[in-house]
Write a protein that binds this ligand. Structure first.
Ligand SMILES: [Zn+2]
Length: 234
């Protein structure tokens, strides 16, 4: 089995990085939670924050709240279209809502933009390829005033490593006891989902199948590096 990690090339300076990738921020979203610890995740939800709620304290700052107050915010959101059926896990602490604020990069011809770790932005030709090869693995979200690129929200995720699959979750806030460790970049064969593009449960690195890598290579996309990942046997 062959899989690849995709990532930004290395740049000589932070200015060069910004020139290639622009910047993105998410002004709306659910705050963190103060429960069995203070924490927030970094999920992205491809739904616009309702206009009526954009001034609501809690949805426009990330100050952590007690579970009860967070539940109240979830209830307010669920009154709006698009949010009504969402579970406590989908409306997780720290989940960002759309629309983002996006500052376009100086270079206009890149296929991949890496303005934030969790939010790759791609050219329309790359988005079209992804829609053809792995339509169920991601969601393409338009960026305000930016017709040439779309934000990609990756839906497909790897399974956690086997020792973490029985993790207990706090009933109140949903927190598992897994410790996210960014140096923990190990992929076992049985963690790999049947997906073209997915993120790694442990480190949130973006990975793609060999098939998608071949299709992408034909486009010869700019501002991206492919790293072959060593997949370990279980
Ligand atoms: Zn908790």
């Amino acid at each position: 089995m062959k899989i690849w990690r995709i990532k930004a090339p290395s740049y000589r300076s932070s200015k060069e990085k910004a020139n290639h990738n622009g910047s993105i921020s998410f002004p709306y979203g659910l705050p963190g939670v103060k429960c069995c610890g203070t924490w927030s995740g970094c999920d992205l939800l491809g739904i616009d924050c309702p206009q009526e709620l954009r001034d609501v304290t809690g949805l426009n700052d990330s100050w952590p709240l007690k579970p009860k107050r967070l539940d109240k915010l979830r209830e307010e959101l669920r009154r709006f279209e698009g949010f009504s059926g969402l579970s406590i896990h989908e409306l997780s602490p720290g989940a960002r809502l759309m629309p983002p604020t996006f500052k376009q990069p100086h270079h206009k011809d890149n296929d991949f933009l890496w303005p934030a770790l969790e939010a790759p932005v791609v050219s329309l030709r790359v988005a079209a390829l992804l829609s053809r090869i792995c339509p169920d693995d991601f969601e393409a979200v338009p960026l305000p005033n930016t017709p040439d690129w779309v934000l990609i929200i990756i839906r497909a995720k790897s399974k956690p490593p086997i020792e973490r699959r029985s993790d207990r979750h706090c009933k109140r806030c949903g927190r598992g006891n897994r410790v996210s460790n960014s140096s923990d970049f190990v992929v076992f064969e049985d963690m790999v989902p049947n997906a073209g593009i997915f993120c790694l449960d442990t480190t949130l690195h973006l990975l793609i199948s060999d098939e998608l890598k071949n299709y992408l290579s034909e486009l010869d996309p700019s501002n991206i590096i492919f790293d072959l990942v060593e997949v370990q046997q279980n």
